[in-house]
Design a protein around this ligand. Structure first.
Ligand code: XIL
Length: 466
């Protein structure tokens, strides 16, 4: 990751060279320039089933956290039987998109199969079960993850340790043992303890603070503290920054790991404005402290937020609405990260993708990008995902690159801008094996295209839509 000092220089250079670009810069570009993480939780099923979601995830975020796929009830449902299929998928997708991955989570009282929680094991056997789980899972992802939430939600509200099966059976020593096992299995991952209701100063965060200070002084390999930040509307703790600072002063990283700001539904424009203020307050508190590595939202769209099913009557907690449109909270994050206040507009571009010619194993596609907005699209760049394993073999009228399923074409030097009401055409030859389905979601300069062009009369056509 970039250091913040270097990042400031990089951002200044970016602003000088292309002042207009900041207007629609995606969050991840702004976060990269500041040397911080802007992450989102995600689920394998969301990426697989929802191309528009998947495009926005890879366009806007430089980090992801698998929301459930790395938890014990998924990875070791029965003793000694490990399964990482969905987690591997999320990690592979993140890798293809150049995103860091936060592993979540190894030792927790929740989403823990009953064979562990109600197995009646003694201390030695439970410790051995815990070590085996950590060693197997961390080794499996060895070298691929930025960080691990090694222990999750270990505290009671009064700052004492939660009476989980871990504490109850093994005692406080389970904490140090968990970190040691994780470090031994992957020396490259940052090891975190993660919790909720520890964002501001208070009894619970004092308990966490005293624990991590003790662990550090004992040489236990702990690198960071995760503040989940599942917040209520208008209730960002005023001591958030001070709290982040005291953990950083211990020589630890701090990350905001699961940010959302819930409200009583339905939302109103007043509530959404307050929510934007809250998101900005959290982002700014992190940016203000060297050592706060970034912010992750607990999924970025209300379409997939965990809030409504967990807190009945509450919702609208994320920066995008249920139709994947950015809310004021998105704009607030973008602005806090140094962007201008304009959110991506959903309807200013349209893309027509036409397979013009097809033969066994190969095809030629023509791609037309139209500017249906009122301002020029400068230095255009188009991104889309293949869903049939196709590969671009040769392209024209632009620079074509492919990473995994994700394809990017950037403007050729002689045709960089698309004036309002005009279009550009580009194309490529590709290969496929079994099938050649057309991509269904396209993003121009990070903006998902909404409008449609009339289909052409050629072999196959896909028009972009949201
Ligand atoms: C949540 C997931 O988002 C839900 O899909 C699941 O049903 C329950 O867990 N704190 C955490 C996360 O550390 O793992 C939780 O995720 C949200 C609260």
């Amino acid at each position: 990751m970039l250091t913040k000092a270097f990042a400031v220089a990089a951002l200044a250079a970016a602003l000088l060279s292309s002042p207009a670009q900041a207007a629609t810069a995606p969050l991840r570009q702004l976060a990269d320039a500041k040397g911080v993480l802007m992450g989102s939780a995600t689920l394998a099923g969301e990426i697989r089933s929802d191309p528009a979601y998947s495009t926005a995830l890879r366009t806007e975020f430089n980090a992801v956290t698998p929301g459930n796929e790395m938890k014990w009830d998924t990875t070791e449902r029965q003793r000694g039987q490990f399964s990482f299929t969905d987690a591997d998928f999320v990690v592979a997708q993140a890798k293809a998109a150049g995103q860091k991955v936060r592993g979540h989570t190894l030792v927790w009282h929740s989403q823990l199969p009953s064979w562990v929680s109600s197995g009646g094991f003694g201390a030695d056997e439970l410790l051995s079960i815990m070590r085996t789980h950590i060693t197997t899972e961390v080794t499996h992802f060895g070298g691929q993850l930025y960080a691990w939430d090694v222990v999750n939600e270990a505290f009671n509200e009064d700052g004492t340790l939660r009476d989980s099966v871990w504490y109850h059976t093994i005692g406080q020593g389970y904490l140090a043992e968990a970190f040691r096992a994780a470090r031994a299995a992957d020396p490259t991952a940052k090891l975190y303890i993660n919790d909720y209701n520890v964002e501001g100063l208070g009894a619970k965060s004092d308990g966490l603070y005293n624990l991590v200070r003790t662990l550090k002084s004992q040489g236990v390999p702990i690198d960071g503290v995760g503040l989940q930040a599942h917040l209520l509307l208008g209730q960002v703790p005023s001591t958030l920054r001070q709290n982040i600072q005291r953990f950083a002063d211990l020589g630890l990283e701090v990350a905001i790991t699961e940010l959302d700001v819930r409200m009583t539904t339905p939302s109103t424009s007043d509530k959404l404005a307050q929510q934007a203020t809250d998101y900005a307050a959290v982002e700014n508190a992190c940016l203000a402290v060297r050592g706060c590595v970034g912010v992750t939202v607990w999924d970025f769209t209300d379409k997939y937020s965990w809030i409504p099913s967990t807190f009945p009557g509450q919702g609208a907690a994320t920066p995008y609405d249920e139709n994947l449109r950015p809310k004021p909270a998105y704009t607030a994050l973008n602005t806090a990260l140094g962007g201008t206040s304009e959110p991506p507009t959903a309807a200013s571009c349209s893309v027509r993708y036409t397979v013009q010619n097809s033969w066994p194993g190969g095809f030629t596609a023509s791609v037309t990008i139209a500017n249906s907005g009122t301002s020029p699209i400068a230095k255009w760049s188009l991104g889309f995902d293949f869903t049939g394993g196709q590969r671009v073999s040769q392209g024209w009228n632009g620079t074509w690159t492919q990473s995994g399923a994700h394809v990017t074409v950037t403007a050729p030097a002689w045709n960089t801008d698309i004036a309002p009401g005009t279009s550009v055409n580009t194309g490529f030859n590709g290969t496929f094996s079994a099938a050649d389905p057309a991509p269904t979601a396209f993003a121009v300069n990070g903006t998902t295209c909404a409008a449609q062009l009339s289909p052409s009369s050629t072999t196959r056509t896909a028009t972009a839509g949201v």
